[in-house]
Design a protein around this ligand. Structure first.
Ligand code: ADP
Length: 377
């Protein structure tokens, strides 16, 4: 009998999700497999819409061919609270088999979506995960779909910011995404020559940032860039540093429970380093970009492999497959170990220290600036 597969995108959207959908659709068609597109992540499996076509509809390759480099996700995405409920999961697994006759499911999403997929595997659903997240926070794989694109967005933005920083001789704090993974921040910092990088993997201290920036300024570099990963704020040794008092004293009202942010850091640097500093949060621009060639190519290979695995391979009991990159090549591993992050990837501490300790050697321009006493605000 002709096989039917389903595909969905779940969790945070990431560039390349559409390219993976196209790849699965094309190869499924080539193999004579019918493909159903499930809309709005796991929500599309709950059978809630009055019109079923709003949740699940057939995807033909000619329908989706033009979405290859489309931004966002064509299938839409969502978070689905009901998926934590065992009874809902039982019903979804039953419907997939008996109502929709779906023999295998491709899930494009992050670790949360993988855990949802694993719950379906335990109920006999064959699942393959494609790592769709810009954060690169799945340790089993060197790269996730959208990570390269997000880094390129950040690099582009930081280059622009560094140009204006140079024009004005003032430092800049740039906040990038990554959840609890500092990969976007690290790669952006290396690629742009940023002087300071702050990531959740490493404890840091605001006093060190002030010291480092002051050193740079003294050597004539008044345009240093501080790259911060979004969730690194809480890893800073803030309790010992009176930043609230400092800002309040200087007329910036912060309450006792105000969390530290890139804007606050720019203010603190202004008073502690005696220089006008600025802050930019790059935010969702990192999610909505057109996929780079790397992400599009990864999506193509991952989609192809997903169909192959569903057609020809049997996973271990209660497990599925997760596609990733190892030693630069697309491969597959156990969905369980991928979802539960069983093999943590070591953080590159050496590189982190290199970025954060690299001295600035003054150029002729800088010496003139220093001599003119023109470095500070
Ligand atoms: P991401 O996939 O980007 O990590 P989330 O963590 O928000 O995004 O997860 C996406 C969806 O996956 C959730 O809304 C939920 O439907 C499902 N999910 C997450 N964790 C679990 C879990 N432990 N069990 C079942 N489903 C889960």
């Amino acid at each position: 009998m002709r096989k039917t597969f389903g595909i969905l995108t779940s969790g945070g959207d990431s560039p390349g999700m559409n390219a993976a959908v196209v790849s699965v659709a094309r190869y499924a068609e080539q193999c004579g497999v019918k493909l159903m597109g499930i809309r709005r992540g796991y929500n599309g499996l709950l059978g809630k819409s009055e019109n079923e076509l709003n949740d699940i509809r057939q995807l033909r390759s000619e329908t989706v061919l033009d979405i290859l480099d489309m931004r966002g996700t064509y299938l839409r995405t969502a978070r689905c609270e009901e998926f934590f409920d065992e009874d809902v999961l039982d019903k979804v697994a039953e419907d997939l088999e008996k109502k929709h006759h779906i023999d295998g499911l491709v899930i494009i999403g992050g670790d949360g979506s993988y855990r949802g997929a694993l719950d379906l595997c335990k109920r006999g659903v064959r699942c393959v995960g494609i790592p769709g997240t810009i954060d690169n926070d799945l340790p089993y794989t060197e790269a996730t779909l959208g990570y390269d694109t997000a880094v390129n967005v950040c690099v582009d933005a930081v280059r622009s910011i560094r140009a204006t920083s140079r024009s004005h001789d003032r430092p800049h704090v740039v906040e990038v995404m990554g959840r609890r993974c500092g990969d976007i921040a690290m790669r952006t910092a290396i690629a742009t020559g940023a002087e300071i990088v702050i990531v959740p993997e490493m404890k840091w201290d605001l006093r060190d940032v002030i010291r480092r920036l002051n050193e740079q300024i003294t050597n004539g570099n008044a345009r240093a860039t501080v790259i911060v990963c979004e969730n690194a704020w809480e890893d800073g040794n803030m309790a010992e540093y009176p930043w609230r008092e400092l800002l309040c004293k200087n007329g910036i009202c912060v309450h006792g429970d105000t969390p530290f942010s890139s804007r606050h850091m720019a203010h603190v640097l202004k008073y502690e380093c005696d220089i006008e500093a600025r802050a930019t949060v790059l935010g969702y621009t990192q999610r909505g970009a057109i996929p780079t060639a790397y992400d599009s190519a990864f999506a193509f290979e991952a989609g192809h492999l997903a169909v192959e695995l569903l057609l020809n391979e049997t996973p271990a009991e209660n497990d599925g497959f997760a596609i990733g990159v190892r030693d630069g090549r697309v491969f597959h591993s156990s969905l369980r170990s991928a979802a539960l992050k069983i093999d943590p990837r070591p953080f590159n501490e050496k590189l982190y220290n290199t970025i954060n300790t690299l001295p600035y050697l003054p150029r002729e321009d800088d010496l003139i600036l220093i001599a003119a006493g023109n470095v500070k605000k």
